[in-house]
Write a new protein. Structure first.
Length: 180
């Protein structure tokens, strides 16, 4: 895990340990082993980029919108959203305008660490749980994109849905079905 480019977890966001019943624990269910799901290097880079952008803009909260803005730089996410009909330049502009106008900042001179929003934490948790349920061990940017759509009150989702990009369209595109 210490190799450059290898997948690893981000201590700031933590890793999710998923209980899995071990062979020795079949009888009583009390003993459990834990497997650690990791974030792909690509997703880790996006999270770090989103965090750095929020900090440099003096935002108090790292939001779903920060994360969507960061994952737009991932080639697979770009290809996927463009294939579903999104105008990525417009998405970027709208996200940046929204973040500038609607994100809280600390009082001038006050230093506060950037905190992940509850929505961002839920998105990451959903992505991790989805990956876990599919039997995989690495969470990628595309998994996060799909998970973002569950945050119905997020401006990121509103923006994508205005462009007629929905979760079902993204999932269908991922499974080989072309959008209408």
């Amino acid at each position: 895990m210490g190799r450059r480019g290898a997948s690893r977890t981000i201590p700031r966001f933590g890793a999710l340990q998923c209980p899995r019943r071990s062979a020795a624990a079949k009888g009583d269910g009390a003993l459990r082993t834990y497997e650690l799901l990791v974030l792909s290097g690509e997703l880790e880079s996006c999270l770090n980029q989103a965090f750095q952008q929020a900090r440099s803009a003096r935002h108090e909260i790292l939001s779903v919108e920060h994360l969507l803005l960061a994952i737009l730089e991932v080639p697979r996410v770009r290809e996927l959203l463009e294939g579903c009909g999104a105008d990525l330049d417009q998405v970027r502009v709208d996200l940046q305008q929204h973040l500038e106008a609607n994100t809280a900042r600390p009082i001038p001179g006050e230093q506060r660490p950037v905190q992940p929003s509850l929505g961002l934490q839920r998105v990451l948790q959903r992505a991790v749980l989805h990956v876990k349920s599919s039997g995989k061990s690495e969470v990628g940017a595309v998994n996060v994109l799909v998970a973002i759509f569950s945050e119905k009150h997020s401006h990121a989702v509103l923006l994508l849905e205005r462009m007629r990009v929905t979760r079902i369209i993204v999932v269908n595109y991922l499974s080989g079905l072309k959008p209408p």
